[in-house]
Design a protein around this ligand. Structure first.
Ligand code: ADP
Length: 613
């Protein structure tokens, strides 16, 4: 067999193989038209190799001319597909250059088929039999060069600039390996083919055309890229598998509910923790619509709306809802969600991760219940302290009523009875009775064990009620309590009984603090003033004041400096105020004594948590 035939056939086979593999790649992934372009490029190179072989064997000028025309067509196809391949593949090449090359070569190929001896020659004068250095003969044409060939040569120059520029920009953009392999292959091809072919045409070198051999540089570059891509794809696949395993392990063991839904809302994943909490077996729930199974009926339409909105790319705020277990037991769960995408980038469903808040909510309820119970106990115990003074307080109107009633009896016994006096007495009786029942009303209110009810509380009325309740005590202990109210109504948002308890506690403490002072300095001022969105109540005394550590210590449970003191009053008062979204703190006055201050939200002002949301 002739070495020329072997070499050119092998070259054709190599290009055809590349064409075949790229056409198969395109079949697998139709969206990637670059593969179609690269396969056209490779098949054209294969055809070009075979035509070059035929040219070597041509024995008359007309046939040589026709073969050259077809050879030029394969080169045209090769170059155009290569130029647009570079354009699409790197995305960095200049479009106008690609268009210019396409236009130049299209004109050139038109001329190629209208000139009888192709684009290369306007006339072939003779066919010469040449000899290779190993003695094999091949044909080469001698003739008049076609001036239009300059078009193709100019285009080759442009291709060089285009490929260098596109690859360089791709290199700078980060796809270095590909830019070097593919761009380098193309540049080598253009240099080889573009420099060697004109030399053959001009009769300077006496070898067959070797354009298809130049293309082997591209075959090599592209095969290198394909192999390295296959290698990184398999490494990536192993990495993905390892990641998948790690994530799955995490989802399977995490103490959170994890539920995956497909686009139709059917469960496609549920982790063991969720199954445990809900009491389901995996088989009970996989493939079934989550919302219809686990969401209470009344909430289902809204849940479906949210789910569909999510799939359409809506936002993914975390939210809380009720989830029903198999036996109908309700859990309160806070969910965060992610949208999952399939390989084509379309949304493929959701993965929701939920925290079961039920135990925490239960504990909070329990703590609140216990705090309320404790608050009641301390209230009752504070009342115990007041019994003596309340007795005194009640004694006054009762004594007055008794003496008034006796006087009325006497007035009725006269003849004629002094009815005018009796009427006045009855009027006083009603007033005294009112006073006594007011004392009892206030006392009873404090002793009730009702759950807290938040509403508008008139702070001035509250302060006056509490100071009235303590009137007996303050009179016995000769303490002057002044309530200073603002001109506008001071309405706060809160529970009256609990707030009375706080104020009662602060006043009783202040009573103790001023107990040792001379009577004229036993003065306590309750001030109520507005601080932007809050009311501030201050209880100011001239007493012993607090040690520097005491400013925070006094709020600790069981902290007391009093003999027989429980030390719970201020700690409970603070928790009550905080449950009202307020603050309670202590300050020492600049002169003497201490001031206890608390803030409460103004009734009707936006809840701070709502405002933040
Ligand atoms: P208790 O009254 O049973 O001691 P509290 O929690 O009400 O419990 O008060 C804790 C301590 O805070 C008191 O024992 C006292 O030492 C201190 N205290 C409270 N109010 C005042 C005040 N107005 N002036 C000085 N010390 C105070």
């Amino acid at each position: 067999m002739s070495p020329l035939t072997i070499a050119w056939s092998m070259c054709a086979a190599a290009s055809a193989m590349m064409g075949l593999s790229h056409v198969l790649l395109w079949f697998k992934e139709r969206r990637r038209s670059v593969y179609l372009l690269s396969s056209v490029m490779a098949f054209s190179a294969a055809a070009s190799a075979l035509l070059e072989l035929a040219l070597m064997r041509a024995d008359d000028t007309a046939r040589y001319g026709t073969l050259l025309q077809w050879e030029n067509l394969t080169i045209y196809l090769l170059i155009i597909s290569m130029v647009w391949f570079v354009y699409l593949h790197f995305g960095t090449a200049r479009r106008w250059l690609a268009v210019a090359i396409t236009v130049l070569w299209t004109i050139a190929i038109g001329i190629n088929f209208t000139s009888p001896m192709s684009l290369v020659y306007s006339e072939i004068t003779e066919l010469r039999m040449m000899k290779t250095f190993w003695g094999e003969t091949f044909t080469l044409a001698i003739g008049e060069p076609n001036p239009w060939k300059a078009l193709a040569d100019a285009a080759s120059l442009l291709i060089l600039v285009y490929a260098l520029d596109g690859s360089f920009r791709a290199w700078r953009g980060g796809t270095r390996e590909e830019a070097a392999a593919v761009g380098g292959g193309i540049v080598v091809f253009i240099l080889l083919a573009g420099a060697h072919t004109p030399l053959v045409d001009a009769g300077v070198v006496a070898t067959p055309y070797m354009i298809s051999f130049g293309f082997l540089a591209i075959v090599f570059g592209m095969t290198y890229v394909l192999v390295s891509r296959a290698f990184s794809a398999s490494r990536y696949a192993r990495q993905v598998q390892a990641d998948e395993k790690r994530w799955r392990l995490l989802l399977e063991n995490v103490q959170l509910l994890v539920v995956g839904l497909d686009r139709g809302g059917l469960v496609n994943y549920v982790n063991p923790h969720a199954l445990r909490l809900l009491g389901y077996e995996r088989g009970d729930i996989l493939g079934r619509p989550w919302i219809d199974i686990a969401v209470p009926q009344a909430e289902r339409p809204a849940a479906w709306d949210t789910f569909r909105n999510l799939l359409q790319g809506g936002n993914l705020p975390s939210f809380e809802n009720t989830v029903l277990g198999k036996t109908g037991e309700a859990l309160h769960v806070r969910w965060s969600q992610v949208l999952l995408y399939d390989v084509d980038g379309a949304s493929g469903g959701t993965l929701s991760i939920g925290e079961d808040l039920t135990p925490r909510i239960r504990a909070e309820h329990e703590a609140r219940r216990e705090r309320d119970a404790l608050a009641h106990v301390t209230r009752v115990s504070a009342m115990g302290e007041l019994v003596a003074s309340l007795a005194h307080e009640l004694n006054q109107p009762l004594t007055a009523m008794l003496s008034n009633a006796q006087a009325a009896q006497r007035f009725l016994a006269t003849d004629p009875p002094e009815l005018g006096e009796v009427r006045d007495i009855l009027h006083d009786l009603v007033k005294d009775n009112q006073r006594a029942s007011d004392v009892i009303r206030r006392l009873r209110a404090l002793l009730t064990k009702e759950p807290p009810a938040f509403a508008a509380v008139d702070l001035c009325r509250l302060a006056r009620d509490v100071s009235q309740l303590l009137r007996g005590d303050s009179m016995i202990r000769k303490i002057d309590v002044a309530v200073e109210c603002p001109s506008e109504p001071a309405l706060a948002h809160g529970d009256t009984i609990q707030l009375q308890q706080v104020l009662l506690n602060l006043l009783l403490n202040a009573f103790d603090a001023v107990a040792h002072l001379p009577a004229d300095r036993r003065r306590i001022t309750v001030g109520i003033s507005r601080r932007r969105d809050a009311w501030e109540i201050s209880v100011r005394d001239q007493g012993i004041g607090l040690a520097p550590d005491g400013l925070t210590e006094v709020f600790e449970p069981f902290f007391s400096t009093k003999r027989g003191g429980m030390g719970m009053g201020l700690s409970i008062a603070r928790s009550i105020v905080e449950s009202h979204d307020g603050r309670l703190w202590a300050e020492n006055n600049s002169d003497r004594g201490a001031t206890f201050c608390l803030t409460l939200p103004v009734f009707g002002a936006l809840d701070p948590r709502e405002a933040a949301a």
